[in-house]
Design a protein around this ligand. Sequence first.
Ligand SMILES: [Zn+2]
Ligand SMILES: [Zn+2]
Length: 174
Amino acid sequence: MKAVRLHKYDERPRVEEIPDPKIQDPLDVIVRIGGAGLCRTDLHIVEGQWADKTDVRLPYTLGHENAGWVLEVGSAVTNVAAGDTVILHPLVTCGLCRACRAGDDVHCDLSRFPGIDSDGGMGELLKTGRCLGDLGLDGSVLLQRGRVGSAGLASLSTWGLRLGLRGGRSMVTR
Ligand SMILES: [Zn+2]
Ligand SMILES: [Zn+2]
């Protein structure tokens, strides 16, 4: 697949061909990306300002504000299915550790942050977890118009909640 990869700080990221991600864990979800937002954080990452904090190994794929269609799910994923339109929670957590079970998933022992500390969504496919928001019945239309990704995560509460309510479905599922 094609992806936007950062090879070196203070250099332009490159569009290049890399292997497609594969389901490895029962809770993995592969999303076909419909939109990936670009925000100032990405520029700071390229400038190397986050290098010490994230300790990410270069090269990697940028993109932490992502939406798309579920392509494939691991054997233990029950909250989404292939074809669902989803917006991705930025932090991928396990849902099983003590912190997650206490509702404190920001302190998950196994969390990762695609686009920040691991491969993100500026590619054709992204492997994530099951923390996905349902974009509801109109999601495909929005993704095809390229409006969801560019709106980015900031849109989660506005677009998502509105669509979720209109579709009569809950917005954020785990
Ligand atoms: Zn951002
Ligand atoms: Zn956890």
